[in-house]
Design a binder for this molecule. Structure first.
Ligand SMILES: [Zn+2]
Length: 148
């Protein structure tokens, strides 16, 4: 037991200031990394970390970055049960359980190729979340429904 705790510590290095996205669905950390567009920040990604809550999880640590509301929604679309932790001087300042909002603007495109939101640049894609597990969205313009 002591051995495994030690191993976990070695794998997951601490950051001084920034954000830790914990409890990311195993295998999804790279998708979260991509959608957040954080190429300019130093990041640590841990994949398939043993977790008591979900067996295996991914962890993403981003230095010098605080998530904005729309970025929380980005993460929620990929991993709805993730936890976002704000770190300052190596200490946990805030913990946030992510929650999928009822409506999502931007971020995604409608999967219906003839939808107006795919043809007019002034139309911002907008979706209602009609199911959270699995995530099913409904387009505000053409009412097309699709699974994430
Ligand atoms: Zn549509």
């Amino acid at each position: 037991m002591v051995q495994s705790m030690k191993e976990e510590k070695l794998k997951v290095e601490k950051i001084r200031n920034g954000t830790v996205i914990d409890h990311v669905c195993a295998g999804k950390a790279l998708d979260v990394y991509k959608i957040l567009r954080i190429e300019d920040n130093t990041s640590i990604i841990a994949l398939n970390v043993p977790s008591s809550r979900m067996k295996r999880k991914d962890i993403l640590k981003i230095e010098n970055k605080q998530l904005k509301t729309d970025e929380f929604n980005h993460v929620a679309l990929i991993s709805p049960n993730a936890t976002v932790v704000t770190i300052k001087d190596y200490k946990v300042i805030k913990k946030h359980n992510i929650e999928l909002p009822d409506k999502i603007k931007g971020i995604l495109r409608c999967r219906n190729p003839v939808c107006i939101s795919n043809h007019e640049t002034y139309v911002v894609p907008e979706f209602s979340v009609i199911s959270k597990d699995p995530i099913i969205l409904k387009c505000a313009y053409c009412e097309h429904e699709f699974k994430i």
